[in-house]
Design a protein around this ligand. Structure first.
Ligand code: 5GP
Length: 219
């Protein structure tokens, strides 16, 4: 590939295509992770309300069943497993992960993300820690933000409180949460989500600046 090699803070070297290097208004990729139930989706919705930046949310694809009220194309692109697998074969995904290890796949489609970045948008990926690592291999310059519940007890309380999962699914999600929380120190920023709006504003503050160092914010 014709391009310019550069290394990043993640210790990886990437080749950037000439077209990307010449973009006058480069976009920014932002990865937001955190265990299921921590309130990521609510925080991200609030972020769009309170933050006056050119933000766009990447709509993930998933093979999981829609919850009541979820809209295909808005919340997720709900795909049947064959369609998902075919798109994997066709190389359409930037990353995929079987998040809870139970045959439910999630993935970020690459083209919409690249198109938005080319338009100079700040593109938010709300994805799990496995997906985040895969994206960082391709976009080492992405900003990573981990939303933390404080304690696992608090996480369990929130997960049960939202009443969207049956007991077996809650147990599955709690089992995965410990591993996810262990990954938090690898993120650029950790935000303890005690208050939705304060967390959204803290993220907006981070996105308004560049060259941020690792930080831990409590609200
Ligand atoms: P839920 O089923 O509650 O909507 O999402 C469960 C988990 O899947 C969340 O922790 C979320 O971050 C993660 N997730 C959603 N979309 C994607 C995606 O495209 N890729 C990956 N790797 N994880 C995702």
């Amino acid at each position: 590939m014709i391009g310019d090699s550069r290394s990043s803070r993640h210790g990886l070297t990437v080749w950037r295509p000439i077209a990307e290097m010449n973009s006058s208004k480069p976009g920014q990729l932002i990865i937001i992770s955190g265990p299921s139930g921590v309130g990521k989706s609510t925080v991200v919705r609030k972020l769009f309300e309170v933050c006056d930046l050119p933000l766009e949310l990447s709509i993930s694809a998933t093979t999981r069943t829609p919850r009541t009220g979820e809209v295909d194309g808005d919340d997720y692109l709900f795909l049947d497993p064959d369609d998902f697998a075919e798109r994997v074969q066709n190389g359409e995904f930037l990353e995929t992960a079987e998040v809870f290890g139970a045959g439910e796949w999630y993935g970020t489609l690459e083209k919409p993300v690249r198109d938005l970045l080319a338009e100079g948008k700040q593109v938010i990926l709300e994805i799990d820690v496995k997906g985040a690592l895969l994206v960082l291999q391709r976009f080492p310059e992405a900003m990573t933000i981990f939303i933390h519940p404080g304690t696992t007890e608090e996480l369990e309380r929130r997960l049960r409180g939202r009443k969207t999962e049956a007991e077996d699914k809650i147990q599955q999600r709690l089992a995965v949460a410990d591993a996810e929380l262990e990954m938090a120190p690898q993120y650029d920023h950790i935000i303890h989500n005690e208050n939705i709006e304060a967390t959204a504003r803290a993220i907006c503050g981070l996105l308004s600046k560049t060259g941020e160092q690792k930080s831990c914010t409590t609200n």
